[in-house]
Design a protein. Structure first.
Length: 297
């Protein structure tokens, strides 16, 4: 997991949740439950790890990830918000890719025990710094529910008087055995291939991982299934509040280009993201809320 960070305990929040910090002061929440282990970084409210006892990890984390306040952590589930990809030029120039939520310091909001699991929430609110690059008032809640499955809910609330539209993604890095052993089923047949200038294509609803992939699929009618013969498991991924699923792997050359991913890191990860990618985004009137979620079981 992240034992190489030499974390120091900052006390227990509950029977199963401890608060810890690394040498630079970045904070983490470590969850050790009889049914699962999990970990969060306060930086980005970033889920770093989820693993059911006796099984391989569900979530992949780069062994060479960088942990600092300037950069998103490679792996886990980064939160893309309030835009996906590059910011529209109408917003401004030289803005951070995928928004500012994944590189912001969130605050711990609450935790509670559930029957056979637990729930934890983090919160991010607008500040003078965020309003300089995105002039809206908001409250974001990340609610994570851990049982025998993983559920992440990104709840966006417009707390201001101006309506706004936003894009987002739960950029989920899934742990896999190897690409050759994996097949994905349940996809919509229509997708845009970002590696070919966003060319619209038609598939058959399935995918084999054997090359670089960066595709935006129209929202699936039901769960997307990752069948991993190497790990002898199927991950059923049900997304809601989204308009698309983004599938991504950097493959060989992409992994080599990342300083925060081992050259062979692409062999054990694959991203299936619950996302809002349409150009107009998700409208959110003053006082309204919207929830983007993913459930992995």
């Amino acid at each position: 997991m992240i034992s190489h960070l030499s974390l120091q305990s900052k006390g227990m929040l509950s029977k199963f949740i401890s608060r810890q910090a690394d040498r630079s002061g970045l904070e983490y929440f470590m969850i050790e439950h009889p049914k699962f282990d999990a970990a969060f970084a306060v930086h980005g409210a970033h889920l770093l790890h989820f693993q059911l006892k006796g099984q391989a990890p569900t979530i992949w984390l780069s062994k060479s990830a960088l942990y600092n306040e300037q950069k998103a952590i490679r792996g886990g589930v980064p939160i893309c918000w309030p835009w996906f990809g590059a910011a529209d030029k109408s917003i401004g120039e030289n803005l951070p890719a995928h928004g500012f939520a994944r590189t912001s310091k969130w605050e711990f909001k609450s935790s509670k025990a559930l029957t056979g699991g637990l729930q934890i929430e983090f919160r991010l609110q607008d500040t003078p710094q965020t309003r300089e690059i995105w002039p809206y008032q908001f409250e974001l809640i990340l609610k994570a529910t851990f049982t025998d499955s993983l559920k992440l809910e990104l709840i966006s609330k417009n707390t201001g008087k101006k309506d706004f539209n936003y894009n987002a993604a739960l950029h989920t890095y899934l742990n896999i055995s190897n690409p050759e052993s994996c097949q994905i089923y349940g996809l919509n047949k229509h997708y845009a291939d970002k590696l070919n200038a966003g060319q619209l294509k038609m598939g058959d609803g399935s995918l084999q991982i054997n090359a670089p992939i960066d595709s935006i699929y129209q929202k699936a009618a039901d769960s997307v299934v990752l069948c991993d013969n190497g790990l002898h498991r199927q991950l059923h991924i049900h997304n809601a509040g989204n308009d698309s699923e983004v599938l991504w792997t950097p493959w060989v050359e992409g992994a080599k280009a990342f300083a925060d991913m081992p050259d062979d890191g692409y062999l054990t990860m694959f991203c299936i993201e619950s996302a809002i990618t349409r150009q107009c985004g998700q409208p959110l009137a003053a006082g309204q809320t919207h929830t983007l979620s993913t459930v992995i079981r």
